[in-house]
Design a protein around this ligand. Sequence first.
Ligand SMILES: Nc1ncnc2c1ncn2[C@@H]1O[C@H](COP(=O)(O)OP(=O)(O)OP(=O)(O)O)[C@@H](O)[C@H]1O
Ligand SMILES: [Mg+2]
Length: 241
Amino acid sequence: MRNSLIIKNLSFKYEESHNLIFDKIDIVISKGEFVCILGPSGCGKSTLLNIIAGFIKHQHGSIERADKVSMVFQKNNLFPWKTALKNITLALSAQGLNQEESCKKARHYLKQVDLEGHQHKYPFQLSLGMQQRVGIARAFSQESELLLMDEPFGSLDAQTRYKMQQLLLEIRKKELVTIVFVTHDIDEAILLADRIILLSNSSGTIKEEIVINKKKEIEGPVIMDRSQFIEIRNKIFKLLI
Ligand SMILES: Nc1ncnc2c1ncn2[C@@H]1O[C@H](COP(=O)(O)OP(=O)(O)OP(=O)(O)O)[C@@H](O)[C@H]1O
Ligand SMILES: [Mg+2]
């Protein structure tokens, strides 16, 4: 499949609610593309990722997607009774890796998110940002074709956030991974994405799609053209308010 995700005519509402969260939306994301989803709180960003992942069943429309999908949740969903390492190896064992392979891979990705030395700690012994990074390492370790990330860096300090953004761009450069990334941070979206999809607040539709043209040429956040950056930021800001 040339695309990692094809959503056609998707409509969805929660059973107990009267309002449609999505009203006949279409989204196509090609292989290797990095798409950020922006929109006001409550507009349905997390719901959309959960529908794509298959955790929530939609009522109308069709979704075709890559078989191998992993997700970083907005609120980390680590198993509290398993260590950081075991939280990752569990997911890898489920993919068929033996214990040695899964431990090796889990350690590699824990190191990547700066958690070397914390692998035997339980979630309650880790800060929220560290727990979130375990979730990120778990998702990366699965090396899926489609990576769904729901505000993955929201609980991180500025410096760690920057490091994680760099890591994500590096992983993306090395592997053909398609990323759907939800964020509230306009700057983060511009810096990371090839394309930004803005969801509307109440109509259940896509308000605008913005292609970040220069994205493919840049190496990382620091070397983006400033005037272009500000122009895009202002445009998104106006659309969001
Ligand atoms: N399990 C649920 N049952 C019923 N309604 C829900 C459920 N989960 C979310 N909602 C409602 O669906 C709407 C969209 O929620 P969602 O969590 O997808 O928003 P969001 O865009 O991710 O918001 P945020 O930016 O605050 O994370 C909200 O009005 C919310 O109250
Ligand atoms: Mg959300």
